[in-house]
Ligand binder design. Structure first.
Ligand SMILES: NC(=O)c1ccc[n+]([C@@H]2O[C@H](COP(=O)([O-])OP(=O)(O)OC[C@H]3O[C@@H](n4cnc5c(N)ncnc54)[C@H](OP(=O)(O)O)[C@@H]3O)[C@@H](O)[C@H]2O)c1
Length: 159
């Protein structure tokens, strides 16, 4: 990889699903070539990076690229996917959305993007979803709403 960077074939080096230990080892082997990005899962039902990977990335100037901002595919390994209409979790997102004239998905994406040093890569094949996701930008959830979301989607388990 270092050779590819030195030859100009690769501009920046990133990794995916790397723990702190793996990021440190990658950087050791890269030498002077900086590791710039780690793509990892980040959404309301998987906040695990908040305790280790995210602070490490902030301290070391790496960008975190959060994938699956609307949750891991439902049904796979018991994953829940995006909160279903009518569930308590969905009601929380819907009621906060009413306050800002936003959808539950926009609230969830805005919540993901509140983190400094983190970008998100929502997948959307539907044009309306793409427009919806753009409108998750350029506004901020208030402290009381962040607290309500984080109370209902506690840090801990991954689902
Ligand atoms: N590095 C890794 O190990 C890894 C693992 C998983 C995923 N990824 C990457 O992460 C990206 C996204 O992940 P993902 O597809 O798992 O999850 P995601 O982006 O959280 O969810 C995609 C689903 O959400 C729907 N959606 C998007 N915007 C919406 C909106 N505004 N309202 C309602 N529904 C909306 C999409 O529907 P439509 O398609 O119908 O619009 C699609 O069904 C992909 O580029 C994927 O390659 C990387």
């Amino acid at each position: 990889m270092v050779e590819l960077v030195n030859k100009g074939f690769v501009k920046y080096v990133g990794v995916s699903n790397f723990s702190i230990n793996l990021m440190e080892r990658a950087q050791f082997h890269l030498g002077k070539v900086p590791l710039v990005c780690n793509q990892v899962g980040y959404h309301l039902n998987d906040r695990s990076i908040e305790s280790d990977v995210l602070p490490f990335a902030k301290e070391n100037g790496l960008t975190i690229m959060g994938y699956s901002p609307f949750g891991y595919a439902p049904g796979v390994f018991g994953m829940k996917g995006f909160p279903r209409v009518g569930s308590q979790e969905r009601n929380v997102l819907d009621s906060i959305g009413v306050k800002y004239s936003k959808t539950a998905h926009q609230v969830a994406l805005n919540w993901v993007l509140r983190q400094e040093g983190l970008v998100s890569i929502p997948k959307a094949s539907n044009k309306e979803h793409i427009i919806d996701n753009l409108n998750a930008l350029n506004w901020e959830l208030e402290k009381e709403d962040l607290e309500q979301i984080e109370f209902n989607f506690p840090f801990g388990g991954i689902s």
